[in-house]
Design a protein around this ligand. Structure first.
Ligand code: ATP
Ligand code: MG
Length: 716
């Protein structure tokens, strides 16, 4: 690989090449989906290394997900080949923040083995903080406080920096006080939450200019992907680091800004040019990813947004297949249709790994997963803390944390009575008293208490067994593979048994998840590395390997691409989500529309949209109407699919009867009106769409007779 006429530069268009070769000074690449922004970043890294401008460890690259970081590492590996000088620092803001903090933990009053709290540990802690203030946590829920603190942290504000007048939002003016109490608790626990990973860095650098300078010297070149979704704290973090050398290259797309609800600020794009005067701004206009119809649909929909910086996107690809829109009777049928379509494509020779189902909310996943499982269709859920947020996974992780980090009080609290061992609140209270007065971790207190008469014989015995277990498992870590240790821990603690006894489909799924967890551990050198990974994971990619379809939320799909993309659940209230409309009005709607744009632009060749006329919302079946986003698609690029023949059979006529794009408050374009008319005829005779509030929506005769759907639904 030689500079000059380097092979890696071949195939780049002139603008991309400019973005790669302008190595010195600030560069902002502002361009639409699929124009090669990420490719520019990876090539730029390769270029810096190949031309000798930088060694790998001089480079810092920030991606939005861990998955993206992995992919970028791979791509760079291909481009520069094996390098003796290692890899650049490459990861999410959080993972890089954590890496830096572990090196200087003591400067922000932590120890280097600090724990990174997941969402539900955070909530438990906040509950304690709220209780300690004698506030009623029904009136002042922990979740709300979590949101408030998150908001402050995203804006880079420590308790001292929260503006006067903002504290009134919670607990009758006690927001800041609670924030402070929470931070104190975290410090005592040697723990921090996600927001702290950046906030502590900011503090570290402000209070220790020498440390900051060290990093400024070290990271001679910095690159940031998905820049439109950085929040203020991240922006401040970047600006501090880049201030000295100003070799900062950010790439982003304002039309794909989808984390406003988490404090991301598109304004950072505008700020960039202000804070880094003389920045070179590069625009890329050719989309290399998608066919003509897909790009037309994506461009058409986003044009309904008003708040845009404005960009052009064009493709030189063929128009390709039209998008399809299919209406289903209910979400279960929708899942079935998606599953069948995937199978059909697979049978024609398309790889499962080139198909993805993208949903608006993770709650939509279960039905689709269920369907996949029934079909025996291999899939992976990409995304999210979801997998790791599942109760059984959190429990298992708590056990492992207790084994690896015996001072982890939160973990111990979580599992001391899971499964039930008669070690309830009363016991815990006694342990807490000991721990507090002797200033020792709970587990140590537990050990001491078993030597006394304080507990009754039964709980004492149970506690002694548990503590002996932990000693045994801890010793086991030497010499036994850690996934094997995990298996034994879950077995011997009675945890797996607890679910096995339940004998429900749900429990079965949980056991599967636990197996999956143990399997996934094998990828890591040791338990510590695994736990570190888990606390950082934004995109769990469980069950790697083999040809699998992907299932994930739209948020998790950012930056990815697939030949075929399935987009179920395009209904008012679900997508756009009612919540974002209620809470943020027009701005909320525009963010939802950007999310739709992200979803559409993930596809290379095929886009398949679905909506269903009935869906269970908060446990109740409700009639729904198709999303306004369906109406915003360009007619010329869309084909409305008929309901599958087997289901229209005997239904009294129309085969469009499940396509019911009427009753919505917005205009129905001509191309849907024909079906709407048909559907309204159907509606009269069946009362379709008016769901039975409690049970399943009123089914039509033929469906009930066919039995399959109904039989399943009554058993679920
Ligand atoms: P997103 O906004 O969705 O993150 P992006 O702008 O980062 O998209 P990339 O993922 O970098 O776009 O590129 C999209 C696709 O186009 C990739 O498959 C990439 O390999 C391909 N591509 C980019 N540039 C070129 C090029 N000059 N020639 C051929 N293919 C290209
Ligand atoms: Mg990208």
């Amino acid at each position: 690989l030689q500079p000059g006429g380097a092979s890696y530069l071949e195939g780049l268009n002139p603008e991309q090449r400019q973005a790669v070769e302008t190595t010195e000074g600030p560069v902002l690449v502002l361009a639409g989906a699929g124009t090669g922004k990420t490719r520019v970043l990876t090539t730029r890294i390769a270029h810096l290394i190949a031309t000798g401008r930088a060694r790998p460890f001089d480079i810092l690259a920030v991606t939005f997900t861990n998955k993206a970081a992995r992919e970028m590492k791979e791509r760079i590996g291909h481009l520069v080949g094996p390098s003796a000088e290692g890899m650049p620092w490459l990861g999410t803001f959080h993972s890089i923040g954590a890496k830096i903090l572990r090196r200087h933990a003591e400067l922000v009053n932590l120890r280097s083995d600090f724990t990174i709290l997941g969402m539900d540990d955070q909530l438990r802690l906040l509950k304690q903080v709220i209780a300690a203030e004698n506030l009623d946590d029904k009136r002042w829920p922990a979740r709300q406080l979590a949101g408030l603190l998150d908001d402050w942290k995203n804006r880079g504000l420590t308790p001292e920096q929260v503006p006067q007048g903002e504290a009134g939002a919670f607990g009758g003016g006690r927001g800041v006080k609670l924030y402070k109490a929470y931070q104190d608790r975290l410090a005592t626990l040697n723990a921090c939450d996600f927001g702290d990973l950046l906030l502590h860095c900011l503090r570290l650098w402000r209070e220790n200019p020498d440390v900051l300078q060290n990093y400024q010297d070290r990271f001679r070149y910095m690159l940031v992907d998905e820049y439109q979704d950085t929040n203020v704290a991240q922006y401040l973090w970047l600006r501090l680091l880049a201030q000295a050398r100003k070799n900062l290259c950010c790439v982003g797309d304002d039309d794909q800004s989808i984390y406003g609800w988490r404090g991301a600020e598109v304004d950072n794009i505008l700020r960039f040019e202000h804070d880094f005067p003389g920045a070179v701004v590069v625009r890329l206009e050719r989309n290399y990813r998608s066919t003509g119809h897909i790009l037309a649909a994506a461009s058409h929909i986003i044009a309904y947004n008003e708040g845009r910086l404005g960009k052009t996107l064009r493709t030189e690809d063929e128009p390709g297949e039209k998008l399809t829109v299919t209406g289903a009777w209910d979400s279960e049928e929708e899942a079935r249709l998606v599953g069948e379509e995937i199978e059909a494509l697979h049978a024609k020779g398309h790889k499962l790994s080139e198909m993805a189902v993208l949903v608006r909310t993770s709650a939509q996943m279960r039905e689709i997963e269920d369907r996949f499982v029934q079909l025996g269709l291999p899939y992976r859920v990409v995304g999210g803390p979801r997998f790791y947020e599942r109760a059984e996974i959190r429990d298992a992780l708590a056990y492992l944390r207790c084994v690896a980090q015996p001072a982890d009080d939160l973990a111990f609290e979580r599992i001391i009575n899971t499964p039930k061992r008669g070690l309830g609140d009363a016991t815990l209270q006694i342990l807490h008293n000991h721990a507090r007065s002797a200033r020792i971790p709970l587990m140590q207190a537990a050990r001491l208490v078993t030597e006394t008469e304080e507990l009754k014989a039964k709980p004492r015995g149970a506690l002694r067994d548990l503590m002996r277990g932990f000693e045994r498992w801890h010793r086991m870590m030497e010499g036994t593979p850690h996934s094997e240790v995990a298996r034994v821990v879950l077995e011997e603690s009675g945890y797996t048994d607890m679910w096995q006894k339940e004998r429900t489909a749900d429990a079965q799924g949980r056991l599967e998840n636990l197996k999956e967890l143990v399997r996934s551990m094998e990828e890591f050198p040791d338990l510590g590395a695994f736990l570190e990974h888990v606390s950082l994971v934004m995109d769990a990619n469980e069950g790697e390997g083999g040809d699998r379809a992907s299932l994930m939320t739209l948020h998790a799909a950012k930056g990815l691409e697939f030949d075929t993309v399935f987009l179920p659940g395009w209904e008012e209230g679900l997508f756009p989500s009612q919540r974002s409309l209620d809470e943020s009005g027009r701005a909320g709607l525009e963010e939802e529309r950007r999310l739709a744009h992200v979803g559409l632009t993930r596809a290379r060749k095929r886009l398949k949209l679905y909506f269903s006329s009935n869906r269970r919302i908060h446990g109740l079946w409700q009639a729904t109407v198709p999303s306004r986003f369906i109406d915003e698609l360009p007619e010329a690029s869309v084909e409305v699919m008929e309901a599958p023949a087997s289901f229209s059979h005997g239904m009294g006529g129309s085969r469009f009867d499940r396509v019911t794009p009427f009753g919505s408050s917005y205009a129905t374009p001509g191309w849907q009106r024909a079906q709407a008319h048909q559907a309204s005829v159907e509606r009269g005779s069946f009362g379709g769409g008016r769901g039975n509030e409690r049970g399943r929506p009123a089914q039509r005769g033929p469906l009930t007779i066919e039995g399959e759907l109904v039989a399943k639904s009554t058993s679920s």
